[in-house]
Design a protein around this ligand. Structure first.
Ligand SMILES: *Cc1c(COP(=O)(O)O)cnc(C)c1O
Length: 366
């Protein structure tokens, strides 16, 4: 019988802080495609794979960390979960709260959220609180709220989030037979780069700053090496590149519009311990990379995700990619969440023509 994917906790239970009898909340997240992208090989001289996280249940990698965070909440008295979010965290938290029978609250920066993501939080019944401030203000308030009330915080400062997210690295090694040489991903709050580094390190037999004690290594190594971690920020929201927080972060890539990343220290350790780097790309480069992946590879991603592809192409132009290297780029979220940005600047003419074969054929240039 074909294997039915069980979600990341059951699939990687021996490497996560859950026992076989613990009640868990899953929507079947993880098990996402690792797609070889010949069009990117051609641009880089490397062998490039794309880890397509937009096919997760709510359309982003956030689901990997939400199954672990919300499953852990079930072991507490909390009846509500809360998060600060620019979109995908709220969509995921709201959906997993439904599956767990919990209420959810989303603190979001006013006027700065893609319509698709907001729709998800609304249809899943989240309590939405728009705040006249930026993401960092929202996170501060969410932390204070969960300190003072019986509400569980499910932002990536919750260590269970990174535990779940590290499983993406496991899947990549399982698919390739070993770790890649280079892993490229977008960096916002920097939880994901920290989680991938933890996953790769644990599979190679050592722990990182972000590893949890209970999961310390008792299993034989699976990988013989770890990749260089290459992080990519947006030009106007690049605190890790500049080395200081950015007060008013600005970018078209709302998912990475973060001025003061919660996982700052973990991300710097991932960069330095892996021999990698963190760079930044412009909004124009991000939108060009999004369009390139859609039209040359066949994968529609959101702008935040496209930062990884833009960073890869920028590194290739600078001659920084060793020829023949195996490279994995995580594309973090689904393009359908933010169609307005993807279509802006395109001329769309839907003026109807005569309903005949001839008219249609003529229009198609056939
Ligand atoms: C959350 C998110 C990111 C940023 O991930 P961090 O862990 O905050 O660095 C990037 N892209 C998408 C689509 C996201 O939802």
């Amino acid at each position: 019988m074909a294997h039915q994917w069980q979600g990341v906790i059951r699939e990687y239970q021996d490497r996560l802080p859950f026992g076989p009898d613990d009640e868990i909340v899953t929507l079947g997240e993880g098990g996402t495609p690792l797609v070889h992208a010949p069009a990117l090989d051609e641009k880089t001289g490397a062998r490039v794979y794309v880890k397509v996280e937009g096919v997760n249940p709510t359309g982003s990698f956030k689901d990997r960390g939400m199954t672990t965070a919300i499953s852990q909440v079930l072991q507490t008295d909390a009846k509500m979960v809360a998060c600060a979010s620019t979109g995908n965290t709220s969509a995921s938290a709201a959906a997993y709260a439904v599956a767990a029978g919990l209420e959810s609250a989303v603190i979001l920066p006013a006027g700065k959220i893609a319509a698709g993501k907001l729709a998800q939080a609304i249809v899943h019944g989240a309590h939405l609180v728009a705040v006249d401030g930026n993401f960092d203000d929202c996170l501060r308030i969410a932390r204070e709220l969960t300190d003072r009330y019986p509400v569980a915080l499910v932002n990536s400062v919750n260590p269970y989030r990174l535990q779940g997210q590290k499983t993406a690295a496991f899947e990549i090694v399982d698919a390739l037979g070993d770790a890649p040489d280079i892993h490229v991903l977008p960096v916002g709050n920097a939880g994901n780069i920290s989680a991938y580094w933890m996953g790769y390190s644990e599979y190679a037999g050592h722990t990182t700053l972000a590893s949890m004690d209970e999961t310390a290594l008792h299993l034989p190594p699976v990988a013989t090496k770890t990749p260089q971690m290459w992080g990519v920020q947006a030009w106007g929201a690049a605190p890790l590149v500049l080395g200081h927080p950015v007060k008013n972060p600005e970018t078209v890539a709302t998912a990475i519009r973060i001025g003061n990343p919660a996982s700052w220290k973990f991300a710097e350790a991932a960069r330095d311990d892996s021999g990698g780097w963190i760079d930044r790309v412009t909004d124009d480069e991000i939108l060009a990379a999004q369009a390139f992946l859609a039209s040359h590879v066949g994968i529609f991603i959101e702008p935040g995700s496209a930062a990884s592809i833009a960073g890869l192409l920028k590194a290739a132009d600078a001659g920084k990619i060793p020829s023949g290297a195996t490279v994995v780029c995580t594309v973090t979220g689904n393009g359908l969440k933010d169609t307005a940005t993807a279509l802006s600047g395109r001329s769309l003419d839907f003026t109807p023509i005569e309903p005949t074969l001839e008219a249609v054929a003529r229009t198609l240039g056939l």
